[in-house]
Structures are given as structure tokens and as C-alpha cells.
Design a protein around this ligand. Structure first.
Ligand code: SER
Length: 622
């Protein structure tokens, strides 16, 4: 079964079981300052897991775009990718273990027709110190489901040292079978939700090649080992605890948080132990084969490089599609890092300059149907990738010479790493990687110190980038937010309907607003836009909000970018003058002033290029 079919089947399966199907959120989390990227399906659901009612009810399902930057180094084996779609279903205080486990069993064995003889499950072994019990209920539920199929199984412990022990169900501890956004119970900050989980594994078979190459071949194989025989295809989290000052307490309602990797399910159903052979990579794989003249196989010498390129180009496309642009700070830095890493691995395979920009089209084509916004942004995505490659190549040669010089001296210091970053744009980790490939260790402490300095700098630069671009919710910032809506409406009035928001950052002092437009905006036009905003302010307009069906809102001319990421019901904010003139109507999550009275005079201070196809305006209220 293809990933495409599985995505559809899964959403239908949970749809008929009473779940509202919501679109994927952006990879750039909204209203969540704790993390740079959406790394799991549950992230956008945190408020509802903590008890806030979800507007669409207690049962939700989706297929969520995820990016796990922390897995960059893992990419290269048969199952790790930094980007993936996570199929997810949630119960917010509705159904619990019994239903979830029975449905998952049905989904795997009936819908995906997976052979139950090749399924394995792990459950939480408990933590006595924290007073959290072993999940014997989940284990017994799986055991019974096996039994119904005529398969007897025991439940085993200590699989990590003793191996499979002829069992199909295993207890593991905090590291493997406890889930929270930050990992084990002890790492969780106060207020963070988490819980025991039960994970599902597919057995590709002991005889498979990957197993023979296993680093584990002299140790007992178990479902969580790294040999490639078993692949985790889904995780049912029983989100029922919240961290407190003194330990854990139960959440008001127990929740279910399920997440399963789409490609992993696909390759399990195809019984091919390699996610890069799933249909979601077909176009990219074929194009890359054509470009390099190499044939992709799962255990060739160049497999790792090919996988890294396939993975990194895909995530670059999705990040650019969600409005991230390459830079030297926070999200932009991570994007730059994956792009430059892909270029470097491309070079080792003899890819000609410009290839990655072409290759990005294969990703856009592959995801045309589920993510139409990528098609809409195809031109700028390809261009950004091309531009980044040009920028990198300009300094690559010089930077490499410089690095080689330092490598020859047998030592690369943290300062060298920093110099290469600041002068040649070499991401820190890349310099470290290149040095290590040549057998030179960059002293970890040295490196970490420089890296920390850099992170602190970028954190300062990005401080307060939350609440949908608002640094805080003070009166001044809120007024500038309303003014920003008027600004966009003015720009669309004088520059045309192709203008959309591409990003914003609002502080007490000013608004910084990025929008799509191919060329410089003349001073005359900027003046007209200013006049438009000031006229609206002078009309003592009020800001109204209304919840509408997305399609109704869209059809009535409400402005918004990335419609597909919004749920079926959306909040629309309208700025309407006392005389009834409608100055702006836009999708938004607030906050706004109630009336424009006393907001002051709006002035555009600066208009400049932001990235290709995107302009940036800085404006103030005086
Ligand atoms: N939150 C869990 C995970 O990411 C299940 O959705 O694995």
C-alpha cells in the first residue's frame, strides 16, 4: 500500500470513528515559544491535552508535518528522516486505552493487512520512585488481541540485555516508553504533560541483510535495538500526567496521543526495510539517480549520501514553504545547515551546481495533492535554494582551503570553527563534521563554548518571536498589530491581490512586516498606503471578530496566507470605520485594539528586500 493510500485510509478510519480531521499545522509553531519547529503531531495540541476545550470536539485526527532537527546526524540509516508526516489521533478526555489499542490492532491487521505474527509491542515498565505504575493493562490488552488470532505470547522484561525471549510484548523503562516533549519524567519542567506509552513494531525478518550488517550482531537483538530488523511504526501515548513541583499529578482527564510515521507504515505494509524506498521519495530518488548516474540501493557505498540529500532537500522545501528563509539565526540557521549539508553531500556524488534547485521540484511534485501551497510557492522555493547554493559556493572554495590549512596543522579550535562560520558561512556542525572526517577532533568544550555564544546571540535576535509574531501583548504592540492588518490591506489595495503576508515581527517600537511582491515599492505607493492606514485610524474604526467556516470566510474575500493550515472554523478580524467602511478583513488569532481611536499616526520608515520575491517594511505609530 502506498503512503498516499495509507494517509487516506487512516484519516477515513478515524473519521468514521467520530474524529474531526484537521489540516496539518505549519512547521513553524504558532503561539509556542518553547520550540523552533513542530516536531510531533501533539505539539499543536498541547493546550487541549491540558484541558482547554478543542473547538471541534474531543476526537481529532490529522497527518502532521514534522521536523526533528535533532535527528540530522541519524539520517543515513534505513529509517531516520528529519522530516516526516506523523499520522495522529487524539482523545481529549474521551476514549482511552481499551479503544485505542483495539482500533490500532484493527487498523494494522485489517486496514493495512499486516501479518500479526510479525507485530511486536512495548509497554511502560513503571517507575516506583515516582509512584507511576507499570502499564499491565496495555500489555494485557495486546496479549488478548494476539490470543484472538490464535497467537500465544508472554510479556517479557529486560529485553535490552536478554533479547526477545520468545515474547511479543516487552516492558521498557522511562527512556523508551515514557513520552513527553522533553523526554524522560525527570527532564520535564513543571506544567508539562506526559505519560506512559505503548509502541508498535514491525518485524522485517531476522534473515534480512540489514540485520547481518548489524552493529548488534554479537548481542541479543531486541525490538528497540539499532540493527534495522524491527521498525517502530507507531506510538500510543496515554497522556494522563502533568509535572508538578513535587512530582506528578493526574491531569483532569486522561488523554490519548497517537503518532505514527507515515513512511514507516508504508514500508512495513510493502515489507521493504527502507523508508527511502517509500513512494513519497520516488520522484526525488529517480531524479537524483538521473543526476548522479547512480542507482539507489539500500546498502551501497553511496547510500548514506543519497539518503541525506533526499531527506535534506525535502525538509528544505517544506521549511521554505512554511515561510522560513536561510539565515544565521534560529530557524533560518537550521535551514541553512540542512541546505549546505545537502550541497556538500551532493558534491561528493558529483552533482553539478544548481542541481538541488532542480531537485526541489521533484519534492513539490510528489506532494502536489496533499500540500498544494508548495505548488503555489514553487518558484520562490526553487529560487531560494538556488540563491543559497550560489551564496555558499562563493565562499566554499576559500572556506575549504582555510579549513584544510587548519586541519593540516592537526588542530581545529573552537575559534577556528567560529571564524569559518562568520567569514564563510560554514555552519558549526559542518566544520566539525569535515574536520572529523579527516580524523581531527574539534575539542568539544571549545566548540561548545563558541556554539553557545552563537546560540545566545541568535536567541537575543529572536527573543520574543511568538504570539504570531508579537513580542508581547502590551498596548503599543497590540496597536501596531492592528496597524499591520491595515498595512496589508493597503498594500493589497495599491499593489494587487497577489500580495500576501510572508512573516511579521512586532515590538512596542515598530512593526516589521514581510510580504510577497517581486520588486521595490515606490515612495508614492508607500505614501498612499500610509494615507489608507491613517484614514482608517481617523475613522475611529472598531475591530470585530467572528468565527466562520473556513470556506465561507475564504469565499467572502477574507485575507490569509496558508489557508490549508487552518482548521475548518477560523477567526476573522475586521476593521470597520464608524461610517461602515470595511478597511481590513483577515484571518488571525488576535490580540487587537477594540478601537483605532488614539492609535497615533502611522508611518513607513523603510522598505527593502527581505528575500527573493519578498519585501520588508518597517513602520511605526507616532
Ligand atoms: N507524541 C507522540 C510521538 O511523537 C505520539 O504522537 O511519538
Amino acid at each position: 500500500m502506498t503512503a498516499e493510500e495509507i494517509r487516506k485510509k487512516y484519516l477515513e478510519f478515524f473519521g468514521v470513528r467520530g474524529h474531526a480531521i484537521v489540516p496539518s499545522s505549519s512547521l513553524v509553531p504558532e503561539n509556542d515559544p518553547t520550540t523552533l519547529f513542530t516536531g510531533s503531531g501533539m505539539q499543536p495540541m498541547v493546550p487541549y491535552l491540558l484541558g482547554e476545550p478543542h473547538p471541534l470536539g474531543k476526537r481529532i485526527a490529522d497527518s502532521q508535518k514534522c521536523f526533528r532537527a535533532q535527528d540530522i546526524e541519524e539520517v543515513g540509516d534505513n529509517r531516520h528522516t528529519t522530516f516526516f508526516e506523523m499520522l495522529g489521533n487524539w482523545s481529549f478526555g474521551d476514549y482511552f486505552k481499551r479503544e485505542q489499542i483495539a482500533w490500532m490492532w484493527e487498523f494494522l491487521t485489517v486496514e493495512l493487512a499486516l501479518d500479526p505474527n510479525r507485530l511486536y509491542f512495548t509497554c511502560y515498565g513503571g517507575n516506583e520512585t515516582l509512584g507511576i505504575p507499570r502499564d499491565t493493562e496495555a500489555a494485557a490488552l495486546w496479549q488478548n488481541l494476539f490470543k484472538e488470532k490464535g497467537i500465544d505470547t508472554t510479556i517479557a522484561q529486560d529485553a535490552e540485555t536478554k533479547g526477545l525471549q520468545g515474547a511479543r510484548i516487552f516492558y521498557y523503562g522511562d527512556k523508551k516508553n515514557w513520552w513527553s516533549r522533553v523526554g524522560v519524567p525527570l527532564a520535564m519542567p513543571v506544567g508539562e504533560p506526559g505519560g506512559p506509552d505503548t509502541e508498535m513494531f514491525w518485524d522485517f525478518g531476522e534473515q534480512r541483510l540489514l540485520h547481518e550488517h548489524s552493529v548488534w550482531k554479537n548481542e541479543p537483538c531486541h525490538v528497540n535495538c539499532d540493527c534495522g530488523r524491527f521498525m517502530e511504526i507507531g506510538n500510543n501515548v496515554f497522556m494522563q500526567y502533568v509535572k508538578t513541583e513535587n512530582g506528578f499529578s493526574l491531569l483532569p482527564e486522561p488523554n490519548v496521543d497517537f503518532g505514527g510515521g507515515l513512511e514507516r507504515m508504508a514500508v512495513a505494509s510493502m515489507d521493504i526495510p527502507d523508508v527511502f524506498l517509500s513512494d513519497l521519495f520516488t520522484k526525488t530518488r529517480q531524479m537524483l539517480e538521473g543526476m548522479t548516474g547512480k542507482t539507489y540501493i539500500s546498502d551501497g557505498e553511496e547510500t548514506r549520501a543519497l539518503r541525506i540529500i533526499m531527506d535534506h532537500i525535502r525538509v528544505a522545501v517544506f521549511l521554505l514553504g512554511d515561510g522560513v528563509t536561510p539565515s544565521n539565526t534560529d530557524r533560518g540557521y537550521v535551514l541553512r545547515r540542512v541546505m549546505r549539508r545537502a550541497i556538500r553531500y551532493g558534491d561528493t556524488l558529483g552533482l553539478s551546481p544548481g542541481s538541488l534547485s532542480l531537485l526541489s521540484q521533484s519534492v513539490i511534485d510528489e506532494y502536489r495533492a496533499p500540500y498544494p501551497a508548495l505548488v503555489e510557492h514553487a518558484h520562490s522555493i526553487r529560487e531560494e535554494i538556488g540563491n543559497e547554493e550560489d551564496r555558499f559556493r562563493l565562499t566554499l572554495e576559500k572556506g575549504m582551503k582555510e579549513l584544510e590549512r587548519r586541519v593540516k596543522s592537526g588542530k581545529v579550535s573552537g575559534k577556528d570553527v567560529f571564524d569559518l562560520f562568520s567569514t564563510y558561512g560554514f555552519p558549526f556542525e559542518m566544520t566539525k563534521e569535515i574536520a572529523e572526517e579527516r580524523g581531527i577532533e574539534v575539542p568539544t568544550e571549545d566548540f561548545q563554548e563558541e556554539f553557545k555564544k552563537h546560540q545566545e546571540l541568535s536567541r537575543t535576535a529572536s527573543a520574543g518571536k511568538f504570539k504570531g509574531g508579537l513580542a508581547d501583548v502590551s498596548e503599543k504592540t497590540t496597536a501596531l498589530h492592528t496597524a499591520t492588518h491595515l498595512l496589508l490591506a493597503g498594500l493589497r489595495k495599491f499593489l494587487g491581490e497577489s500580495v500576501h503576508q510572508a512573516g511579521s515581527n512586532i515590538t512596542e517600537e515598530r512593526t516589521r512586516f514581510d510580504f510577497t511582491f517581486p520588486e521595490k515599492v515606490s515612495r508614492e505607493t508607500l505614501t498612499r498606503v500610509e494615507e489608507y492606514v491613517n484614514e482608517a485610524i481617523a475613522s475611529r474604526a472598531s475591530v470585530e471578530t467572528e468565527v466562520l467556516d473556513k470556506e465561507v470566510a475564504r469565499a467572502s474575500g477574507v485575507e490569509g496566507s496558508f489557508w490549508e493550515k487552518y482548521p475548518d472554523k477560523v477567526s476573522v478580524y475586521r476593521v470597520r470605520g464608524e461610517n461602515g467602511t470595511l478597511y481590513s478583513q483577515e484571518l488571525c488569532g488576535g490580540p487587537h485594539v477594540r478601537t483605532t481611536e488614539g492609535m497615533g499616526r502611522f508611518r513607513i520608515v523603510k522598505e527593502e528586500a527581505s528575500s527573493s520575491g519578498v519585501r520588508r517594511i518597517k513602520a511605526v505609530l507616532e
